[in-house]
Design a protein around this ligand. Structure first.
Ligand code: 77Q
Ligand code: MG
Length: 214
């Protein structure tokens, strides 16, 4: 039967990228998505903004909601200091299987823990299951109607501390209006918008960076 797009993306990585070289994995995926088949990775333009925010935060404990093929996982993990840990959650088992291979190809498996399941089931278990007290950086890139409830759930589970940075993808396209209104109006967050474009297109999109004030 016909292969899936994530399978074809992984083949492109294994063909064009150098094992153990995260930048070549990033470039191979961007080339595939620009010249062969569009896919919903954060992409190179928004990816550069992600890089700058991760570098500024220099986090020890990272949570990513929405792994997909592991593109942003690789972008984040390649910037982490030794000993730092990234937990990434993926609901779709087929995506997770591809992402595991992409992360291994990049040589970043020691920094990354990929967990399969739903955010609402796993967020309440972060402490007892992973020994995580609080996260320093959270990247939201999963179901757009889960950004707000999951942010409230992370607050309620005590997973955010003074200074935790939330970075949300797709705040314009597909859009997360309820989440935007919340972080922009809440006295518990300092929020700012990074205008950009939907991955590999000219359509507007952007990232919202929100610092939890406690
Ligand atoms: O839908 C998007 N992402 C989410 C995919 C599903 C996540 C499922 N999932 C993963 C972890 C997890 C944990 N708990 C529950 C569910 C969970 C997305 C879409 C577009 C897009 C698509 C078409 C178009 F015309 C324009 C834009 C662009 C993006 O950048 C996106 O990120
Ligand atoms: Mg996205």
């Amino acid at each position: 039967t016909r292969s899936t797009r994530p399978q074809r993306l992984l083949k492109a990585v294994q063909k064009h990228a150098t094992r153990g070289d995260p930048q070549s994995v990033i470039s191979a995926i961007d080339h595939f998505c620009r010249h062969s088949e569009w896919a919903m990775n954060i992409g190179d333009e928004k990816g550069s903004i992600l890089d700058s925010v991760v570098s500024e935060v220099n986090p020890e404990k990272v949570l990513e909601l929405g792994t997909y093929c592991g593109y942003s996982t690789v972008r984040i993990a390649r910037l982490l200091p030794p000993g730092a840990r990234l937990i990434t959650l993926e609901f779709n088992a087929d995506y997770a299987a591809i992402a595991r291979q992409v992360i291994i190809w990049a040589g970043l498996e020691d920094k990354v823990q990929l967990v399969e399941g739903a955010s609402e089931d796993w967020i309440p278990r972060m402490k007892e299951h992973f020994g995580i007290e609080t996260f320093d950086f959270v990247f939201l890139d999963h179901w757009k109607d889960r950004y707000l409830p999951d942010t409230k759930l992370m607050e309620d589970c005590g997973l955010l501390r003074k200074g935790t940075v939330l970075l949300a993808d797709n705040v314009i396209c597909p859009g997360v209006p309820d989440y935007l209104a919340y972080v922009r109006n809440s006295l518990s967050y300092k929020s700012c918008y990074f205008k950009s474009h939907l991955e590999y297109t000219k359509a507007e999109d952007g990232l919202e960076k929100s610092v939890f004030l406690g």
